[in-house]
Design a protein around this ligand. Structure first.
Ligand code: DGL
Length: 216
């Protein structure tokens, strides 16, 4: 089986890790779009153009793709229907883990994602549908996408830069479960956890996506 995994940058590798351990005999092809990253700042029409361009490149390079994993919350929340209408290849997307976070949280849920994801109708629907009984706080950050890239390529990142960004976002003190709704953010999980403390549970969609692809 051949699976193409796609993100704006290295964020999708946080999903790829789960996929590779769940499906060790599958061949994965990873595509990124460094020229147009961060996706969280693109207009919808540019995002769609880029997704289509990347889809074409992927099909050209690997004509035998069996499945595409859009390992990017921004592209999934705003471009999944568009992409599905453009190809017959099955596509699995990533959705911020708001539903499981709601079950885990006692007080309030936080969503840390890109500015585009937190503003999306998709996320608003998820919140309305799955978190009827507690407050949900939304935080959009592009800086954390840059810092995750920095950590991935350099091997480390300055903790104070991550702290400065989290302080600027002023995460509400009642948030006890924070959804990492951008695939870049699990790369900074250690730093985010150290800064916010153990009382905040961090959750992402990596293992759920791997599970979904496994049973595909
Ligand atoms: N990793 C992506 C996501 O999950 C996109 C980050 C970006 O390029 O803005 O949203």
């Amino acid at each position: 089986m051949n699976i193409a995994v796609f993100d704006s940058g290295v964020g999708g590798t946080s999903v790829l890790d789960h996929l590779q351990s769940k499906l060790p005999h599958t061949r994965f092809y990873y595509f990124m779009d460094n020229l147009y990253r961060p996706y969280g700042k693109l207009t919808l029409s540019t995002l769609h153009k880029r997704l289509l361009a990347k889809l074409r490149t992927a099909i050209q390079m690997v004509p035998t793709i069996d499945l595409i994993v859009v390992a990017c919350n921004t592209a999934s929340t705003q471009g999944l229907d568009f992409l599905r209408a453009s190809t017959n290849i099955p596509i699995v997307g990533v959705v911020p883990a708001i539903k499981p976070a709601s079950a885990m949280s006692q007080k309030s849920v936080g969503l840390l994602a890109t500015p585009a994801t937190v503003k999306s109708a998709y996320v608003n629907n998820l919140v309305e549908q799955y978190v009827p009984d507690k407050p949900v706080y939304l935080y959009g950050s592009t800086e954390l996408v840059h810092l995750a890239e920095e950590k991935f390529w350099k091997g480390s990142v300055s903790l104070s830069k991550v702290r400065r960004e989290l302080q600027a976002l002023s995460i509400h003190q009642d948030v006890d479960c924070l959804v990492l709704g951008c695939t870049h953010f699990p790369i900074l999980k250690e730093e985010i956890q150290a800064i916010l403390g153990e009382s905040v549970q961090l959750i992402d969609s990596g293992s759920a996506i791997a599970e979904r692809v496994f049973f595909y």
